[in-house]
Design a protein around this ligand. Structure first.
Ligand SMILES: Nc1ncnc2c1ncn2[C@@H]1O[C@H](COP(=O)(O)OP(=O)(O)OP(=O)(O)O)[C@@H](O)[C@H]1O
Ligand SMILES: [Mg+2]
Length: 498
């Protein structure tokens, strides 16, 4: 088609376009994740990433054993906008925009070479060199890289049949130019960051049946599990699929254990790349690939008591436009209706985190003979998306009762089940958790009647604890942490002194 009086054909200015594409906002971690998405979409079982340091000739090479590309497919893949974002994608395809390979690569380097083959034998290579594009002012896709250093860096396929190698050279945006041996440590710490990020973003691909291998500089990386699923003390709060137009959104909220319930090593590892506080919130996965890792989506603030709440949200690539997925695959904005659902679930998860954070669950304090088990009367249990209360059957007083009483244990448990089932929950005033409240030690103003009632309760409490052979120190600790006595520290001291 040529221009006529009704329109003009204007092609984009090649060099300006590619230079602008460099500033979409990737960093090295998100860029490599986008390139790995392509390998996973191409059914790779293994992906090798090599970071090679050689000052200005440093490069990053990513090789996979996926289905590879024919010559035509490769040329098409190198095109800016190689696929229409509106096209229907296969259910396991992690792509959408036909841009990622190029935008991710250009964000980090000035030279992108891709070598691919469908079968063992004949392979094809194509290369975008930003300096060549600048010089020619045209979309000059290089087809011959034989004389270049890149062919050495590309080297041979390490897998027997099909596969693809992506080579990033002239890494001017990984660390600032010029490279020098002084910057080697900065390069190493970038690799470290990449590893942490990939362990998180692809954790559901790196573990479980049909898992894939990602190998960084000959060292296979392990999945980072944000939910500590192997820990008994992790609570799963909800599993509530709900409808987003014709798509299903799956949600499962996890409350991570209090740090006293896991080893130092487990606790440290669970903090993740952004640290404990930074990692709280929703985790949004698109086809099991993590897009958003810990965000309250503008619904709540990130605060210490809520850091144990991590909520898994699963969508498919059919929701891409509804959820405003971006090219980098690092943003997802749920539609309003879904956001309201997430707010409700997020709230429940945060309240549960708050309780665990402030030891509202059972907690072991101290060690050896001083160890006491602090217990609570009621436990909140979640099942099939519903929450209800059960009596804590390990409460020391109940254990003592069972030990001492001649009543048949089954009768006692039947009675307790009746109490649980008939708890007049609707009449119990609901107390939403306050954003910044730690009212634990707040002093209450009380009248004489109330004072007498608290003192009576205190006497009984102290008597019972002494019968159970608690030390005075333990009793004091327990009172200072139990409702309602913790609100009356001066009455506790007075009663204990008597
Ligand atoms: N490692 C690979 N193995 C096989 N084919 C690949 C590989 N990398 C890219 N391709 C092909 O190149 C195409 C373009 O990749 P690119 O990342 O630019 O876009 P996309 O994956 O289609 O969408 P998005 O922009 O959302 O990533 C892919 O759709 C795929 O067909
Ligand atoms: Mg892609």
């Amino acid at each position: 088609m040529t221009s006529n009086s009704e329109f003009e054909l204007i092609a984009p200015e090649a060099s300006s376009v590619v230079e602008s594409m460099r500033s979409i906002g990737y960093n090295l971690e998100t860029a490599l994740s986008d390139i790995i998405d392509n390998s996973i979409s191409a059914q790779a079982a293994e992906i090798k990433i090599n970071f090679h340091w050689d000052n200005n000739n440093s490069y990053i090479r990513i090789e996979d054993n996926g289905i590879g590309m024919s010559k035509m497919e490769l040329t098409q893949a190198m095109k800016i906008g190689s696929k229409n974002p509106l096209a229907q994608r296969e259910s396991k395809d992690l792509g959408r925009f036909g841009m990622g390979l190029k935008t991710a690569a250009f964000s980090q380097c000035r030279r992108l070479t891709v070598k691919s083959r469908r079968y063992s034998g004949c392979s094809n290579t194509r290369c975008w060199d930003l300096d060549t594009i600048r010089k020619t002012g045209k979309w000059t896709l290089l087809t011959n890289t034989k004389d270049e250093k890149s062919s050495v860096n590309l080297s041979e396929f390490s897998y027997k049949s099909a596969g693809t190698i992506v080579l990033l050279e002239r890494l001017d945006r990984v660390i600032s130019l010029p490279y020098s041996s002084r910057k080697y440590n900065a390069f190493l710490s970038k690799i470290d960051k990449v590893e942490k990020h990939l362990r998180m973003v692809f954790h559901r691909y790196l573990s479980g049946p049909n898992s894939i291998n990602i190998i960084i500089n000959n060292h296979p990386i392990e999945a980072w599990d944000p939910y500590l699923l192997k820990q008994d003390a992790t609570q799963e709060l909800l599993e509530e699929p709900f409808q987003d137009e014709d798509q299903v959104v799956k949600v499962a909220a996890y409350i991570l254990p209090h740090h006293s319930k896991v080893s130092e090593e487990v606790y440290k590892n669970a903090e993740g790349p952004k640290g404990w506080n930074g990692q709280q919130g929703f985790y949004i996965y698109r086809n099991k690939r993590l897009l958003v890792a810990g965000s309250w989506l503008g619904l709540f603030k990130k605060e210490e008591p809520y850091k144990l709440a991590r909520v898994m949200v699963d969508i498919t690539s059919n929701s891409d436009f509804n959820w405003q997925i971006d090219i980098k695959k690092s943003v997802a904005r749920p539609p309003n209706k879904i956001l309201q659902e997430l707010k409700r679930i997020g709230n429940l998860a945060r309240q549960a985190s708050y309780r665990v954070f402030y030891h509202r669950g059972t907690k072991i304090i101290g060690s050896g003979s001083n160890t006491i088990k602090e217990s609570h009367l009621w436990e909140q249990v979640y099942r099939h998306g519903k929450s209800f209360y059960k009596l804590n059957k390990s409460h020391p007083l109940l254990l003592k009762l069972i030990e001492d009483t001649s009543v048949d244990e089954r009768i006692l448990y039947t009675y307790l089940s009746l109490v649980e089932e008939n708890l007049p929950i609707n009449l119990v005033p609901y107390q939403p958790s306050k954003e910044n409240n730690v009212e634990v030690n707040k002093k209450k103003i009380i009248n004489d009647d109330e004072k007498a009632r608290v003192l009576r309760g205190l006497s009984d409490f102290i008597y019972t604890m002494r019968q159970l052979n608690y030390t005075e120190e333990d009793i004091l600790f327990k009172l200072r942490n139990s409702e309602p006595y913790k609100h009356y520290p001066e009455l506790i001291d007075a009663r204990l002194d008597e």
